[in-house]
Design a protein around this ligand. Structure first.
Ligand code: GRF
Length: 218
């Protein structure tokens, strides 16, 4: 029995690929049951198709309002009954319908709360930091403000540009995302205040009524 993941992408989908590769082994404890996107014609969707995973596209521009897009996206995700949604390079802010219905994990290419937003790598370089990194966090209503689950540092090298630094961060990011999602699936997790604890929930496969990947307490 494995935890059902819906992965959301907007681009090249290398983080998605890392999850697909990890999930090929049953011992990972989670399966990618669908991949959703906010645009067509991206490599992320092609990766899903090659892996035989169902895909869906929900474009903001196809809805009269952002709220209706949020509702549409929540409906498309719900069709696949995920235990956990993973935003892996999904370049849209998720709305209350999606966030109210499913726990969502995001991967971000900076050490939050430093450099939130869509240009984290560029912003870190412009600031002149010597160390940046990546963050896996639960998504809340803010922009990259949700509770941190895991972080790893990546040094900035002399002569780095946005592309070289981002590629080095992404190498770490893919491993951290796979490790973190795998632990959440296998060991469970809880959120208390802003503290995420791994290894505190029921282990996937042990529950009589199906896996319980996470729990939010006050
Ligand atoms: C990742 O660095 C992610 O954190 C950022 O966009 C990148 C997506 O890469 N938001 P990919 O599509 O998984 O290759």
């Amino acid at each position: 029995m494995s935890v059902r993941l819906v992965v959301l992408v907007s681009g090249s989908g290398t983080n998605l690929q890392a999850l697909l590769d990890a999930a090929a082994d049953d011992a990972f404890g989670a399966a990618v049951v669908a991949v959703g996107a906010d645009r067509t014609g991206i490599e992320g969707l092609a990766r899903a198709e090659r892996a035989g995973v169902p895909t869906f596209v929900e474009r903001v521009g196809d809805h009269p309002t952002r709220d209706e897009w949020d509702e549409g996206l929540a409906g498309r995700i719900a069709e696949h009954k995920p235990d956990l949604v993973v935003s892996a390079g999904f370049m849209k802010i998720l709305g209350p319908r999606v966030l109210g219905a499913f726990p969502v994990v995001n991967t971000h290419p900076a050490l939050l709360p430093a450099f939130p937003g869509a240009h984290a790598v560029r912003d870190a370089l412009a600031y002149g930091v010597r160390v940046t990194g990546c963050t896996v966090h639960l998504v809340d209503a803010g922009v990259d403000t949700g509770p941190v689950i895991a972080q790893e540092a990546v040094p900035v090298r002399e002569g780095d540009d946005e592309e070289s630094l981002h590629e080095r961060i992404k190498t770490v990011e893919r491993r951290l995302l796979v490790e973190t999602v795998g632990r959440m699936a296998r060991e469970g997790w809880t959120l208390t205040g802003r503290t995420v604890r791994l290894g505190t929930g029921r282990v996937a496969g042990q529950a009589a009524d199906g896996p319980t990947p996470g729990r939010i307490t006050k």
